[in-house]
Design a protein around this ligand. Structure first.
Ligand code: COA
Length: 164
């Protein structure tokens, strides 16, 4: 479905300074990964959800501010980021929201690097662990497979990487 059919939406940064928005991101994650995909809650919430470790992008509808998607950016180092917990509520899939969340995360990472390093910032490494069925999605977002498949939280995954 073309993105022009998508309901009016906005992307908002959520971190430790905005606990209400952060809780909305976590609730979307639980709806998708725990309720829909049946991953256990105690692996869904992990060490990267501890204060200071990550930033989320929240996707919400303009009308009513309903949260409908999110992605988590883990700050491994100033130049090394890890994306994860990307999810869009089922009724809102195939509107390009997933891809736009990845692009919003890239924008945030780039802007943060420019702010702290000036216009000619260093090369930024962005990695992720993709569920196997969604590798093609991440390939469309510019990610390349690195290394063999491995088990994570009881499901096969593939490490993928892109440089910004
Ligand atoms: C994965 C997910 C975020 C994709 O979001 P989405 O909004 O439905 O996807 P988009 O509309 O942005 O898709 C962008 C492109 O990727 C393609 N795509 C989407 N899902 C795909 C998949 N599983 N495999 C291959 N390609 C896929 C789309 O066809 C589209 O291609 P196009 O640009 O050529 O038209 C969504 O399906 C989801 O929330 N799934 C459940 C949670 C999950 O598994 N997350 C991934 C954890 S690793």
């Amino acid at each position: 479905m073309p993105s022009t059919d998508a309901p009016a939406h906005e992307f908002v940064i959520a971190d430790d300074s905005t606990p209400d928005l952060l809780a909305q991101c976590v609730n979307v994650r639980i709806a998708v990964f725990v309720d829909e995909q049946q991953f256990p809650l105690d692996t869904e919430i992990d060490k990267y959800d501890e204060p200071g470790k990550s930033t989320h992008v929240l996707l919400r509808l303009v009308q009513g501010l309903e949260p409908i998607g999110t992605i988590r950016i883990v700050h491994l180092s100033p130049t090394d980021k890890k994306l994860g917990r990307l999810c869009v509520l089922k009724p809102y899939r195939n509107f390009k929201f997933g891809k736009d969340l990845v692009l919003a995360a890239h924008d945030y990472i780039r802007k943060q690097a420019v702010t702290s390093n000036g216009e000619d910032g260093p090369r930024l490494s962005v990695s992720l662990h993709s569920q196997i069925y969604v590798k093609g999605f991440y390939a469309k977002c510019g990610y390349e497979e690195v290394g063999p498949e491995f088990d994570e939280d009881g499901a096969p995954h593939q490490r993928m990487i892109r440089y910004l």
